[in-house]
Design a protein around this ligand. Structure first.
Ligand code: MLT
Ligand code: MN
Ligand code: ZN
Length: 297
């Protein structure tokens, strides 16, 4: 029994390349000069035979076909115990619609996130006789998969884009954006694909962890604005950037964590280019740049 995590998708919403994006990275990915990355998802297991998928991305069909560990083991038999979603964003829930083929699994989320799904009748395609929806309270450990205990906790963030009103609070603390603590015998891993800021609560929680998967959306807060792709900053999207005084490189500096892996990277992020100075800088600070298919034991 040993913990394994497999990055099914290392990119943020849109993926690399994004269908309508002509930025440098997307063009490089289209030409094959850099690797393409699919949208945000992580698979974890404690026993190698029952997996949990953290976030169901719109690319899940392709991701499952690429992951040998998650191939069917018999007729309509899959080594999948559960799916957990950490917010209601489209890049984290749209893949649920792909999982509608009468495949039993447990769908874990907080009450707030289940409510968002329940508001959309399309998700009823997940037949409740087959897919059990379990509501998880914050800070309450539960069995995510055999031998694997998970605990959800609030992370500063915002409501999904499609539920934004006129005023948007981007560092809301509640049950709509959560992080996941994963525990197997004596080891602790964290999965936090979206985080607006590293507050004292999070800093205390993460100290001493063996492994962390963390929000790597942007390198620089205004990187999409600079690239001419729109007006949105990372802060406005509820994501802390990697660089700068408020960035995750600085925030995690000196924090005692075994291995730190960036996931949920936007296609504009320069760390997605293997030869970039930014990737070298992140690696020098002890970070691993996540990639599709990367497995960590
Ligand atoms: C995000 O991570 O900010 C969202 O996934 C954006 C989106 O919904 O496209
Ligand atoms: Mn996202
Ligand atoms: Zn792009």
């Amino acid at each position: 029994m040993s913990f394994r995590a497999q990055i099914l998708g290392a990119a943020a919403g849109g993926g690399l390349p994004q269908w309508n994006c002509g930025c440098n990275n997307c063009n490089l990915a289209r030409s094959g000069a850099i690797l393409s990355q699919t949208q945000s998802s992580l698979a974890v297991t404690a026993n190698g035979s029952a997996w949990a998928i953290l976030n169901a991305s719109p690319d899940i069909r392709h991701q499952l076909s690429q992951s040998r560990s998650l191939h069917p083991t018999g007729l309509r038999q899959l080594p999948l115990a559960s799916v957990l979603v950490t917010n209601g964003d489209i890049d984290h829930v749209a893949g649920l619609l792909t999982l509608r083929e009468m495949q039993p699994f447990t769908l874990f989320a907080t009450a707030g996130i289940h409510e968002v799904l329940a508001q959309n009748p399309m998700f009823d395609a997940l037949n409740s006789a087959v897919v059990a929806r379990e509501t998880i309270a914050l800070d309450t450990p539960f069995e995510l998969a055999p031998g694997l205990t998970a605990t959800l906790f609030a992370v500063p963030g915002k409501v999904p884009l499609y539920l934004e009103g006129e005023q948007v609070q981007t560092d809301l603390i509640g049950d709509q954006t959560v992080g996941v603590k994963l525990e197997t015998t004596g080891k602790t891993a964290f999965y936090i694909p979206g985080c607006a800021l590293l507050n004292d609560d999070l800093r205390a929680r993460l100290t001493g962890a063996d492994l962390l998967f963390f929000d790597g959306t942007l390198w620089q807060d205004d990187e999409m604005v600079r690239a001419g792709l729109g007006q949105k900053t990372g802060k406005r999207m509820g994501h802390m950037s990697m660089s700068g005084p408020d960035g995750s490189l600085a925030a995690f500096d000196g924090l005692e964590i075994g291995r730190k892996v960036y996931v949920h990277m936007n296609n504009t992020n320069p760390v997605l280019r293997p030869d970039s100075a930014e990737k070298a800088q992140a690696e020098a600070a002890g970070w691993i740049i996540g990639q599709d298919g990367m497995e960590i034991t």
